[in-house]
Design a protein around this ligand. Structure first.
Ligand code: GDP
Ligand code: IMO
Ligand code: MG
Length: 423
């Protein structure tokens, strides 16, 4: 009935997992379209609390087919750990499949990720999750990568590894890391084939039949636009396209088939990792956003950098992604503030701009703020727009106005039912 995308509208960790888990209650298929196990999508529901890394957040609904799409990169070892953890909570995982075209994260990708980061000049670190994301996408772009389909055919796999490993070993040697043999990788892939072979499929006919058959399909993004390889704060980005355009290339769907694009927007800003973050706060307000919002990485546990809502970044995000709606999350975190601020412009060398400039200019930009009165009351039990405090409604309407897309959902807590749906 509906083919929708859920896309991170800021720097990641906006609450995409929570929104997908909510919508997946009535969904036939959820597809992760890019990224790998660098994701940390927190889901809290009747099964418990989970930080999902590569499993789509629809995994809790046994009627939902969960696809790890062609545009993703997969580490079968961490996928196995994740499957064990959700299965231990009583979740059936028979509906999980991986597209044949997905590239595989091998142990050397993770080693190279860590080594490359360590070799950067101070201040130039991306602050990656060290999950091998940059190196595996680099191999993909260089057309030397190993794909899920390759492990199904040992002869083909060996040939590809024989071409790849001398090159990878030269890179490892450069960083003083011990050589890895083709045989070691063959053995690893054989164990992956045994465990995951039956889950490796061609997702094209599956998705096509679902779309033509009028099913509810969700595309789940990883990270957010500000760390998109092309539209984010390069070089402090990830190596894929979290933006709505990435849905089409990553999941294999025409833009004409997508009905709605939901931008997930945190009611304030957070970022984890290196690079500019214009609205970053270094004061008590930043500390309070972090402690009240529990702003610590779901994958790495790192404290997230915090700031007020950035209307400039939100408008940029809405333009590039073409949001039809937004889902505003973590409104309840602001329940405790007397005054709130919203960034409406950047001052770059004395010039006031209302668009996101290139990275180097973001580094020197300072935010222009407007102030909003807080509501100082508990919103966590509110389930209808009308019951929200007037100040909260005004704050949300301002977010909507600056972003440029209507609010469809307001999340007021991390639990599945702590959500307000707006008609
Ligand atoms: P994702 O990567 O976009 O899925 O987001 P994360 O899971 O990394 O970060 C969002 C965090 O906020 C998680 O700890 C969620 O449990 C939590 N969360 C999501 N929505 C809300 C909300 O409306 N209120 C509060 N207080 N927490 C929320
Ligand atoms: P979700 O899906 C927040 C950040 C890292 C680093 C940069 C590149 O939970 O929103 P990578 O490991 O991809 O090479 O790191 O991107 N990063 C994230 N930040 N949420 C994430 O995922 C992230 N995944 C990567 O901190 O700066
Ligand atoms: Mg996250």
């Amino acid at each position: 009935m509906s083919v929708d995308a859920i896309v991170g509208a800021q720097w990641g960790d906006e609450g995409k997992g929570r929104v997908v888990d909510y919508l997946a209650q009535d969904c036939d298929m959820v597809i992760r379209y890019q990224g790998g196990d660098n994701a940390g999508h927190t889901v809290i529901n009747e099964y418990g609390k989970f930080a999902l890394h590569i499993l789509p957040s629809g995994i809790f609904n046994p009627r939902t087919i969960c696809l790890v799409g062609a545009g993703t990169v997969v580490n079968f070892d961490t996928m196995e750990e994740e499957l064990r953890s959700v299965e231990a909570a009583g979740v059936a995982t028979d509906n999980l499949f991986v597209d044949k075209r997905a590239h595989l994260i091998m142990p050397f990708h993770c080693m190279l990720d860590g080594a490359e980061e360590a070799s950067k000049k101070k201040g130039w670190e991306v602050g990656t999750t060290k999950r091998g994301i940059g190196p595996v996408y680099a191999d993909k772009a260089s057309r030397v990568g190993i794909r899920a389909v390759d492990i199904l055919d040992p002869e083909r796999l060996r040939t590809r590894l024989e071409m790849l490993m001398p090159r990878k070993n030269r890179e490892l040697a450069y960083f003083g890391i011990e050589e890895i043999t083709v045989d070691q990788m063959m053995e690893l892939c054989a164990s992956w084939k045994e465990k995951f072979g039956s889950r490796i499929i061609d997702s094209v006919p599956v998705l096509r039949d679902a779309v033509i058959g009028g099913k509810n399909v969700l595309f789940e993004g990883q990270l957010g636009i500000m760390r998109d390889l092309d539209w984010g704060i390069y070089p402090y980005t990830t190596s894929s396209n979290p933006t709505a355009g990435g849905v089409c290339s990553g999941a294999g769907i025409s833009p004409r088939r997508i009905d709605s694009i939901y931008g997930v927007v945190k009611a304030y800003s957070t970022s984890v990792g290196g690079g500019p973050f214009t609205v970053e706060l270094f004061d008590d307000d930043g500390e309070r956003l972090r402690s009240i919002g529990g702003e610590f990485g779901a994958t790495t546990g790192r404290p997230r950098r915090c700031g007020w809502f950035d209307g400039v970044a939100a408008a940029y995000s809405c333009w590039i992604n073409g949001f039809t709606h937004i889902a505003v999350t973590k409104l309840d975190v602001l329940d405790h503030f007397d005054t709130l601020k919203i960034c409406t412009g950047y001052d770059v060398n004395g010039e006031i701009i209302d668009y996101v400039p290139e990275t180097a200019l973001q580094e020197i930009a300072t935010p222009i703020y407007e102030e909003w009165e807080g509501w100082k009351s508990d919103t966590t039990a509110i389930r209808s727009w009308d019951d929200l405090p007037e100040q909260a409604k005004r704050y949300l309407r301002r977010i909507e106005e600056l972003t440029g897309a209507p609010i469809k959902f307001v999340s007021v807590g991390p639990e599945r039912d702590q959500i307000i749906v707006i008609d």
